[in-house]
Structures are given as C-alpha cells and as structure tokens.
Design a protein around this ligand. Structure first.
Ligand code: ATP
Ligand code: MG
Length: 565
C-alpha cells in the first residue's frame, strides 16, 4: 500500500492522489480501523445494535450499542488528546476483559496512537519489559493490578507519563471515570494512512522470548475478508471469540473483525469453565464461535449426555486457531455438537487468518485448509545461502511461506530490524512452521522448525506423535520432545497426561508404546513415555515444548512470561 502502487494500468491514476483525496475528508478518512469498525455503523441503521455484550463473572450482562461505543471511544480519544498523546505513541492496557480495555483500544486507534494489550495475568517483570520495550506512554489498568504489580515499576519507566486506573484513585494516577466525564463525546478522527501503525502485539512466546509485531491500519482489509469468508459473519450473528486480547486472536477477532462486520460479540469476563461455556453458548444464542484446540480438548472431557442438555441449535459455524486441530476433535464436533469445527492458521505476524477451512472448503480432518482469497502460500525449501525454492511436489514437507504483500502483514519486530529482515527471502515471508500441501491444494501442519526432532536420520514433527497419542482412549493430553542421544541423535520422548481412572503403570505404558509403534512405525514412535499431571501451555493454549525440553535436560527455563499458571 505504498507508492509502488502508482504504477497501474489506468491512465492518470495515482495512488498518491487517492491518498491525499482521502486525507482531505474529515472523519476517519484514509483507513482508520475504529472508523470502519465503529463510527461507520454508529452513523447508520446499526446505531442501536449491541456491539459488545460483556458477561460478568456473576453472569450479569452489560451491553454497549454501536452508537454508545462510538461516543465512548470518542471520549477516550479526547482523553488521549488532552494528555498530549501524539500519533504513534504507545497506549498500553493491562486488564481483564473489561469494557474499558475495549474502549481504550478503539479510542487509541481513533487518535492514531499505537495500542498494545498485555495479559492481566502477567507478573511485574513481563509487564515492565513490555512497557519499556514498547516505550509505553499511557497505561490503562485496574486498581488491583496497579497495586499488585505495577506501582513499584513506574519509577523505572521514564517514558510512561500517565497511568489511568479504571476503578481507583491514587496520588500518582489518573481516574478513568473522571477523565471520561470531562471529555467531549465527539471527535474528528485525523486522516489515517493505511500505513499508519495501529497495533503492537507481542507473540505468544512458545518458542522463545516474545517478539513485538507491529501492525498498521490497512490490515483491516484482511480482517474484512476473513470476517466475511472465514468467520462467515452475517447479519444478525451473535459471535463469540473466546480469546483474551493479550493474545492476538482476542484483538483482531475479539475486537476489530466482529465490529467491522456489524455483528454482536459476546465477551466472557470469567475464566474458563466447561459448564459455564456451554451455558453461554446456549443462553446467548451464539451463532458463530471461534475458539482453540486447547479449549475444545477440555470441553471434550464433558460427557456428551451432559452437553446435550444445552440447546446449541443456533450455533451455525465453529472455528479453531492456535494449535493443530486434531481429527478426533473434528469427529467430536460432528458427533456431539452436530457441526464441523473449521481450523484456521495464522500468526501474530500475519495479522489475520491466512489459511483456513472456509465454509466453501470441504474439510479434510487434520488439514488447516486452503489460503484465503488474495493470499499465496507455498511450501518452501531454505537453501544454505538463505535463498528459497518453492517445492512444487505435493506431500513434501518444507517451510510454510506466504508471498509478501498482503495488507495485514506485520511491518516490523519492535526494536529488532535484523530479525524482521531474516523472515523474508526472495519475495516470501518464512513463517517458521513446517507444512506440506496435498495434490488438491490443502495445507497440512507438520510442526515448528524449532521443535523438529531428528532421530536416526528421520525428521519427526512432535505434533504428529502427540496427535496419535491423543487419539488413544487413555490419553487426555500429550507433549512430545526430542531428547539428545549419542547413538541416534535424539530419542522421541512423550509426556502423557492420562484420563481419570487410567493407571499410570507399566501396562499402560506398554499399551501406548505398542499403539504408537503400530500406527507410526518404530522409527517415529516414542522411545520413552513419562506420565505427567499436566502439559505446560501458554496463555494462548500452546504446548511449550521448549519448557518440557529444558526441564528434561535440567537447563535454564528461559522466558516464562506467557506460561499459564
Ligand atoms: P512465538 O512466536 O513467540 O514462539 P507463537 O508462534 O506461538 O509464539 P502466535 O503468533 O500466537 O505465537 O502463534 C502462531 C503459531 O501458532 C503458528 O506459527 C503455528 O505454529 C501455531 N498455529 C496457529 N494456528 C495453527 C493451526 N491452525 N494449526 C497448527 N498450528 C497453528
Ligand atoms: Mg511464532
């Protein structure tokens, strides 16, 4: 979306001219996320439609219409203006899924600030690090979080000028209710270039220290396409994205996309609870539901008879992201929910869904689906000299790459330009994931490059082994790593959580070993199985294999900021 686009076929066309024409328009001109997501609807027939419905821990809902959301986000943009926040400044939020967080995000977009969400469950050090790395200028948080984790840090953060508390008053902070009451509820969004930064999002830290991915306003073109063609959002859907905004899914698909589509979003302020989740699906009449394999696996432990007590008749479309969606989860969805679960693949870096099982794709259980319209994906071979070659042969494993240029592509890693540059070669973005493509164009996830196990000259993706173990009726959860071995390079080692009432003894171990050898072959089957109480996951629900491995080898555990308790 830069000047390169000047070169088009139509005579007299100039991208710059389009830009300056847009910039001349008063409100939200250019391509401002909050204008597209909120104000556009607030000015039309959707004005009184519920944009967000928050379900509190006690079950009480709180609704905000598009009209009210527009006025509140205007107020917050005015608050930022009054605090002297300038275009490109960092506005951070560290809070649970409370309305103020959502208002702050959209208000920051309006004002041209860069919004960055932090998990409320982070400890003081991860919060400090991110605020420092991102040069946060404003932080919105709650009285409790401020007291517990943040008040002691502010001295070390010279860039942090203002801390806004949603529900408390202290000597050195500002009170959100007072600021909002004093601010006007109209706001003229400054002209916004599609290339203006909008969002700073830290990755999940599955493979190492989280990276800060920078996204621009123009990304909403992808949010639009995926909202329509992948989430299949239609009027008047009730959409529930279960992710927290601390994870990119909770921001892009928990805030921006459903608003773009003009639907009503449910936001559960409470923690995961299987029964409560089925209650929400039924009582709120959720029609489209976006969740994760980890959550699905937990829901699968609820007996089907119990699930059938809930009326899920309005649920039309179910999607999953974050980890591979194993075929047994799809079969469960069909049997128990009467619906397919649609896997989607993307990353913090891609800014939106890139590969998916859209409603138009016939699902092949275990496949991530096909690239969305406008995205070119390929399986690549990295050569020694850092060039890449496209692997044309189907069923061949290589690195999953995307042709550079989709609008929601990240525009940088915060403070790490070399690392950003290393993600690109020959016009391709290299994802760090391994995949293969079948003859019909479906993509299949194989693993992460960092996790690949080399055993007796074979390359083994841990996920393949985990998937098989998970298909065994004894197994509740599994994590697989390579354990260094002088003879064969690495031994495949599996950590297995057994279902209740299954005995952790040698008979069970033998059964799982035999099952693995029969289905995977001796070369890939685990050479060691250890029973565990749980598998370490991060807040996005991803298996932290690097942690299993570091523990096994007695090494330093590395960055644990995103580890779930
Ligand atoms: P970090 O980059 O810090 O190690 P992360 O990669 O887990 O963390 P995210 O951007 O949240 O951070 O996750 C993107 C990754 O999640 C993908 O690269 C992929 O490995 C995995 N993933 C996402 N969706 C899917 C999916 N549908 N199937 C398989 N893997 C998926
Ligand atoms: Mg990653």
């Amino acid at each position: 979306m830069t000047k390169d686009h000047t070169d088009t076929k139509s005579p007299g066309f100039s991208w710059d001219a389009v830009q300056s024409a847009l910039a001349g328009l008063p409100n939200g001109a250019g391509l401002n996320i909050a204008h597209e997501a909120v104000d556009r609807h607030a000015a039309g027939p959707l004005r009184d439609r519920t944009a967000f419905r928050w379900i509190g821990e006690d079950g009480d809902p709180q609704d905000l219409s598009y009209g009210k959301l527009s006025a509140l986000t205007n107020r917050f943009a005015n608050v930022l203006e009054a605090l002297g926040v300038e275009k490109g400044d960092g506005v951070f939020a560290c809070a649970d899924r409370i309305p103020e967080l959502y208002i702050a995000a959209l208000g920051a977009f309006k004002h041209g600030a860069v919004f960055c969400p932090l998990f409320s469950a982070f400890g003081p050090e991860p919060i400090r690090q991110r605020l420092e790395r991102g040069k946060a200028r404003v932080l919105l948080t709650t009285g409790r979080l401020f007291r517990q984790k943040i008040s002691a840090l502010t001295e070390q953060l010279p860039d942090l000028r203002h801390v806004i508390l949603t529900d408390a008053v202290t000597a050195d902070t500002l009170a959100y209710p007072d600021l909002m009451a004093a601010a006007a509820d109209t706001y003229a969004i400054p002209p916004t270039d599609p290339e203006d930064s909008a969002l700073l999002h830290f990755t999940s830290g599955t493979t190492g220290m989280p990276k800060g991915a920078i996204h621009v306003h123009g990304a909403i073109l992808v949010h639009h396409i995926t909202g329509r063609h992948v989430l299949d959002l239609r009027d008047p859907d009730v959409f529930w994205c279960t992710a927290d905004p601390g994870w990119v899914t909770g921001t892009i698909y928990g805030i921006i996309t459903p608003l773009l589509m003009g639907v009503t979003s449910i936001i559960d302020e409470g923690a995961f609870d299987a029964v409560r989740w089925f209650e929400i699906l039924a009582s709120q009449g959720v029609t489209v539901w976006y969740t994760s394999p980890t959550a699905i696996r937990r829901l699968m432990r609820v007996p089907p008879e119990e699930i059938r007590r809930y009326d899920l008749g309005r649920l039309r479309h179910i999607l999953s992201v974050g980890e591979p969606l194993p075929p047994d989860a799809i079969l469960w969805g069909r049997a128990v929910l009467g619906r397919d679960i649609h896997d989607t693949w993307w990353q913090t870096e891609t800014g939106g869904i890139m590969i998916a099982n859209t409603p138009a794709v016939t699902i092949r259980p275990g496949s991530m689906g096909k690239p969305i319209p406008g995205v070119t994906a390929a399986v690549l071979e990295r050569r020694e000299d850092n060039t890449v070659a496209v692997i044309e042969a189907p069923e061949t494993v290589g690195e999953l790459g995307l042709a550079v240029g989709w609008p929601s592509m990240f525009r940088g890693y915060l403070n790490e330009p070399e690392r950003y540059a290393r993600c690109f070669s020959d016009g391709w973005y290299l994802s760090g994931d391994l995949a293969c493509r079948d003859a019909d164009g479906y993509f299949w996830f194989v693993g992460r490059r960092d996790d690949i196990i080399k055993t007796s000259g074979q390359m083994v993706g841990p996920f393949e082994v985990e998937r098989l173990l998970l298909s065994h009726p004894f197994v509740a959860d599994a994590g697989v790593i390579g354990k260094p071995d002088p003879m064969i390079g690495e031994v495949v080692k599996a950590f297995v959580v057994l279902k209740p009432h299954i005995r952790a003894d040698d008979d069970t171990r033998r059964e799982l070993m035999a099952f693995s050898r029969k289905n995977l072959g001796a070369a890939i089957a685990p050479g060691e199985i250890e029973f565990a109480d749980s598998i370490p996951k991060n807040r996005a629900g991803k298996v932290m294999r690097r942690l299993l491995k570091a523990r096994e080898l007695g090494e330093d555990l590395g960055d644990l900021s995103t580890l779930e308790d």
